[in-house]
Design a protein around this ligand. Structure first.
Ligand code: KG4
Ligand code: ZN
Length: 363
């Protein structure tokens, strides 16, 4: 069964074709990072306009690269939640139109849940990507870490999962992005902090770890503020000094040490909560998902400290893409119900645990 996946929830326009929920036939991602980098973050109006310009060519290219005609496609899967409303609308309207014109079932996919399904890809035609050797097994513990989300979710089966804990304020990716801005490192902050941290001392600055009542919850805004205060202090200024003027006062050694110290604490926090959930729920598999799952330090620490083997999706399937949308679309086609292509609406903010698909509780 071949599923065409379409993704446009933030600043990536993507289309992919995945067969049977594990084999990638094609994946096309048009990133707008260069456009938004000059503003230090995603500008919603620019993102929506850019999606409109490229969505049709991106979908066409996905079909061409997979050597598929429309007759070969069994269903269309599209991100309808969560994300930027203007961005979501472009992909959803394209998918609805194609589903009607080409007479294909349409599946409404939750973007954050789809990140988890990047771990179900075990084959990719014509690529040399290092992929997991097998699909994860249920019960499955997922650490979801992206620009907008930080959650620990326990999956009992497809469409049957519970939220164990989540961030009470900033997402971890957001913390990477904000700390990068304080240090004068380019957007997106994750990769640039990691690069700067390579030359830094992770023990140089002692930054706090949040203590919360629920052992699976997270909080990163205190850590971000602690970095801000420590940087102000390091350059001889007080807490009233504006953060946007800090980058020109921080030297390269300080920048590297702050990046490494922040990354260490952020990653340790993620790993400690995941280990706690692992020992409490004894899942058969653990996966990490979302843009921050590309972080090498997170992978290194988890592999070292988890008592079971963990496999990782390649970086290009961790950041936003349509492969994960098509993969989850396959499982919707097996166990779920198609959406109405005349009525499917976008939902800019919706927790994955509240989707209609999850209440299906199918094993
Ligand atoms: O999942 P994603 O591509 O977009 C959504 O938020 O849905 O995640 C983007 C986030 C950004 O905050 C970016 O800074 C972070 O993922 N990120 C990383 C790395 N690569 C991307 N964070 C830490 N280390 C990385 N290597
Ligand atoms: Zn994402």
């Amino acid at each position: 069964m071949k599923i065409l996946g379409i993704e446009s929830s933030c600043d990536e326009t993507a289309a992919a074709i995945v067969e049977d929920g594990f084999r990638v036939l094609s994946s096309v991602v048009n990133s707008q990072i260069d456009i938004h980098a000059q503003y230090g973050g995603v500008v919603p109006e620019i993102a929506a306009r850019s999606h409109i310009e490229v969505i049709n060519p991106v979908i066409r290219e996905a079909l061409t690269r997979a050597q598929c005609s429309w007759d070969d496609i069994d269903a269309i899967a599209v991100t309808y939640a969560p994300g930027l409303v203007g961005s979501l609308l472009v992909g959803t309207l394209a998918a609805r139109t194609l589903a009607i014109l080409r007479n294909k079932p349409l599946y409404a996919i939750h973007h954050v849940e789809a990140h988890v399904y990047a771990n179900f890809i075990t084959e990719s035609n014509g690529s040399t990507l290092q992929l997991p050797s097998k699909q994860p097994e249920f019960p499955l513990l997922a650490l979801i870490v992206s620009g907008g989300h930080t959650q620990l979710v326990l999956f009992h089966g497809h469409g049957d999962y519970e939220l164990l804990g989540q961030t009470q304020d900033d997402a971890v990716g957001e913390a990477f992005d904000k700390v990068a801005k304080i240090l004068g490192l380019p957007y997106p902050g994750g990769p640039s902090i990691t690069a700067a941290a390579e030359h830094g001392d992770p023990e140089k600055y002692h930054l706090p770890k949040a203590k919360l009542d629920n052992p699976y919850n997270f909080s990163f805004s205190g850590l971000k503020t602690a970095v801000l205060r420590a940087v102000q202090h390091a350059v001889g200024k007080d807490f009233t000094f504006p953060s946007h003027e800090l980058p020109r006062l921080v030297n390269d050694v300080q920048r590297a040490d702050f990046a490494a110290s922040f990354q260490r604490v952020a990653v340790e926090t993620l790993v400690e909560r995941t280990l706690r959930a692992y020992s409490d729920f004894a899942p058969r598999s653990v996966v990490i998902a979302g843009g921050v799952a590309a972080n090498q330090e997170l992978r290194r620490q988890l592999s070292a400290r988890l008592p079971i083997a963990i496999e990782y999706a390649p970086m290009k399937f961790c950041t936003d893409n349509a492969v994960m949308i098509a993969t989850l679309g396959f499982f919707h086609a097996q166990y779920g119900t198609p959406a109405d292509p005349y009525a499917l609406d976008v939902v800019p903010s919706l927790s994955m645990v509240n989707t209609a698909w999850n209440s299906a509780k199918v094993l």
